[in-house]
Design a protein around this ligand. Structure first.
Ligand code: KE4
Length: 426
């Protein structure tokens, strides 16, 4: 079947034809490509068309598709036990790897998605502090738990309003939504209501509004104010964990959060999320303490096997300088080509994660992001897709590369971008 035939069939029995909204290409139009195979930097769709993949399953595949060590680990484990609903040595090994990589994490609990990780971390923070209020930042996404599907209320200092149907007002109003990178408004809010705030949750590098880096002092101010208000700081490192170093962005920023949420890379492509932090907080979790949290497939052996193989490979390869150099040179070339094509473009990058915005000038806030030319991104996306480059089907996502994206592959992307820029410059 063709992609379009598959999409028609899928829409009859799966809402929107997809199991996660962004996959439906609604932001860029057209129909999604139904992927059939992946290998290294490549994915091949149902029609046999091959693409260089810059989505990499939204971040997990830092080693590329079907890395031999990961495939072998999953294959071996599948033959001896897929799930027991009992503890396994694999979980101990995986927890050891995570705690070694994150000095701020004394103990960790595995779950099956980033959403479960952030939802559970917030519950833990409310229990630990006895407070109800939480703070997130506009443009940051932490999964689809009720209290996190909120958007900024009317004024800067008012509480969140539902950003999805089905969210009770009572829950939405327990979350304040503040502007990312606006230290002054954060400090003003905490001075007024800090004593009520259980936790502040933040993506240390925002990866869900394109890529927006923290301004100097922003994360530091969050750490300082949360400390002084008795509020817990949660770093949502679902994307950034193990992306820039064998640890988290917290190591690069030199900030020690109270709790950290992980996902994506730690599962190596399998469903794994995790949350961890100070032992005194984590020991509040059942069965040790009063905060209930559970999961049939939490710490699933197959997922642990994939995660262990991925983290072991990253520890051994330490590919981060190479990934940074590869993305840096790609970004410089892309920037130069956009300039030559007379295209206003800003490219934000940290290591092997980048965001492309069609506008002139810095992109440091959600407001900046919203002024970018989304229709030009759409045309660029389709021009690149046509040329066999698979970018995120939304301007509010990140582009990733893997250790499998060789210089030859990256050069192909540069050449495709040159032609794509020319076609969208008008
Ligand atoms: P999941 O529940 O989708 O595993 O993780 C939620 C989540 C939490 N925190 C951050 C920083 C995240 O980026 C995510 C999920 N990321 C999106 C893409 N940026 C997942 C893709 C999708 O929703 O299909």
């Amino acid at each position: 079947m063709t992609n379009e035939e598959l999409f028609e069939a899928a829409q009859r029995i799966i809402p929107g034809g997809v199991n996660s909204p962004v996959r439906a290409f609604r932001k860029v139009g057209g129909f999604p490509r139904f992927m059939a195979r992946g290998s290294g930097p490549f994915i091949t769709d149902a029609e046999g068309k091959r693409y260089i993949d810059f989505v990499l399953s939204w971040g997990p595949l830092i080693l590329g598709h079907c890395h031999p060590a990961v495939v072998e680990a999953v294959r071996r484990q599948a033959g001896i036990g897929m799930s027991f609903g009992a503890p396994t040595e694999l979980e101990v090994e995986m927890a050891t790897l995570v705690c070694e990589a994150f000095p701020s994490v004394d103990k960790v609990r595995f779950v099956s998605s980033g959403t479960e990780a952030t939802m559970s971390a917030l519950r833990l923070a409310r229990a630990a502090t006895g407070r109800q209020l939480t703070v997130k930042f506009e443009g940051c996404y932490h999964g689809h738990a009720d209290s996190l599907l909120v958007k900024a209320g009317s004024g800067l200092l008012t509480l969140g309003v539902p950003d999805s149907s089905g969210i009770p007002d009572g829950i939405a109003s327990t979350t304040a939504v503040l502007p990312y990178n606006d230290t002054a408004s954060f400090e003003e809010f905490m001075e007024k209501r800090g004593a009520e705030v259980a936790a502040v949750i933040v993506e240390p590098v925002a990866g869900n509004m394109g890529v927006v880096l923290p301004r100097k002092g922003f994360l530091e101010s969050i750490r300082e104010k949360t400390c002084s208000c008795g509020t817990l700081l949660i770093f949502d490192e679902v994307i950034t964990g193990f992306r820039f170093c064998f640890g988290g962005y917290q190591d690069i920023a030199g900030i020690r959060p109270d709790l950290t949420c992980l996902g994506k890379i730690i599962g190596g492509g399998m469903p794994v999320g995790a949350f961890g932090g100070r032992a005194d907080l984590m020991d509040l979790l059942a069965p040790e303490g009063p905060v209930y949290q559970a999961g049939t497939l939490s710490g699933n052996p197959l997922a642990m096997a994939a995660g262990i193989a991925t983290l072991r490979a990253l520890k051994e390869l330490n590919p981060y300088d190479g990934l940074d150099r590869a993305m840096a040179s790609w970004s410089a070339e892309i920037h130069e080509m956009a300039r030559k094509a007379g295209l206003p473009m800003t490219l934000n990058r940290v290591g092997s994660m980048a965001g492309i915005f069609f506008l002139q000038g810095p992109v440091e806030t959600f407001e900046d992001v919203m002024t970018a030319d989304a229709s030009r991104y759409t045309r660029f996306f389709h021009a690149m897709l046509e040329k066999g480059i698979y970018l995120a089907p939304s301007p509010f996502e990140a582009a990733f590369i893997s250790t499998a994206h060789t210089p030859v592959v990256m050069d192909q992307v540069v050449k495709a971008a040159a032609m794509a820029f020319a076609s969208v410059a008008t």
